[in-house]
Design a protein around this ligand. Structure first.
Ligand code: ADP
Ligand code: MG
Length: 268
């Protein structure tokens, strides 16, 4: 496990900083005392077993759930994310796992979905140009922005969903299992896309079960276990350490050692 002081100093102030975030659903403690920092131009992978609290944390940052306690700082300011609109307006974008695209609409229409109020929404040509520009900047391989989303591959859909979330120029983007449904080539495409998003200077939080993908793209790996922080790693750290943090094996090993120590002390 690394504390990474040099690394985080080099990155400067975090764009997002969580301290002591807890969330209770009635008697269930989904999150307890979570700390998390994300810097501009950094990909942080959020990993952990089912029930670790990953989705709850993302929903808090997306303004879907409100924390029971704790502080959220964004761009150096303490913020309250009372609704999804609050999060979006501050510059926190979320690509949920289901992507929420409309199959029958084309790429341009999907990128502009839900932005009907904005003045340029009315100008089809401007919308198409902006959609193309955005996809080009991301080096996205979409054959035509006038294709219905139904005809696109899983990787291309993920690309459209990410492009859509970049339209409001967020400072932080959260991706929930962006490669879960994808084959090898499409996964590589999406990982490249994540690198492009990072190169634009965004902070990225990526939830993933796939350790290979995590290692390929993450700058830091934050492990949650049973709703608590369970270590911060780099992609260079061993798989053994990472798995131990995810499963709690390291705790068990420590408590076994403690028990042996106590037992041997008791015998003396
Ligand atoms: N809306 C909810 N009501 C009650 N309990 C919830 C709710 N959402 C999540 N939980 C509980 O919070 C814990 C963390 O869940 P979750 O955030 O979904 O974990 P993960 O995404 O890492 O699998 C689990 O014990 C889950 O049952
Ligand atoms: Mg989840």
């Amino acid at each position: 496990m690394s504390d990474l002081p040099d690394y985080t100093q080099r990155l400067g102030e975090p764009v997002l900083s969580l301290r002591g975030i807890s969330k209770n659903f009635g008697a269930v403690s989904a999150l307890t005392d979570i700390e998390l920092d994300v810097h501009a131009g950094e990909v942080v992978a959020l990993v952990g077993d089912n029930g670790a609290g990953k989705s709850t944390l993302v929903k808090i940052l997306a303004g879907v759930h409100q924390p029971s306690s704790g502080v959220i700082r964004f761009n150096g300011q303490e913020v309250a994310l009372g609704s999804p609109a609050d999060a979006l307006n501050l510059g926190i974008a979320t690509v949920f796992q289901d992507l929420a695209l409309c199959e029958n609409l084309d790429v341009v229409a999907n990128i502009y979905l839900g932005r009907e109020q904005e003045p340029w929404r009315l100008d089809e040509v401007a919308m198409e140009v902006r959609a193309w520009t955005l996809l080009n900047e991301l080096s996205a391989r979409i054959p035509s922005v006038r294709e219905p989303v139904a005809s696109l591959s899983g990787g291309q859909r993920q690309t459209v969903a990410i492009a859509r979330s970049l339209l409001l120029e967020p400072k932080l983007i959260m991706l929930d299992e962006p490669t879960a449904a994808l084959g090898v080539a499409q996964t590589a495409e999406v990982l490249n896309l994540i690198e492009r998003v990072r190169a634009r200077g965004l902070g990225v939080i990526m939830i993933s079960h796939n350790m290979e993908d995590v290692r390929a793209v993450a700058d830091r790996i934050v492990v949650l276990r049973l709703g608590r922080n369970s270590g911060v790693f780099t992609p260079e750290d061993s798989n053994h350490e990472l798995v131990a943090a995810i499963t709690g094996a390291s705790e068990n090993a420590v408590s076994r050692r403690m028990n042996r120590k106590q037992a041997s002390e008791a015998m003396q």
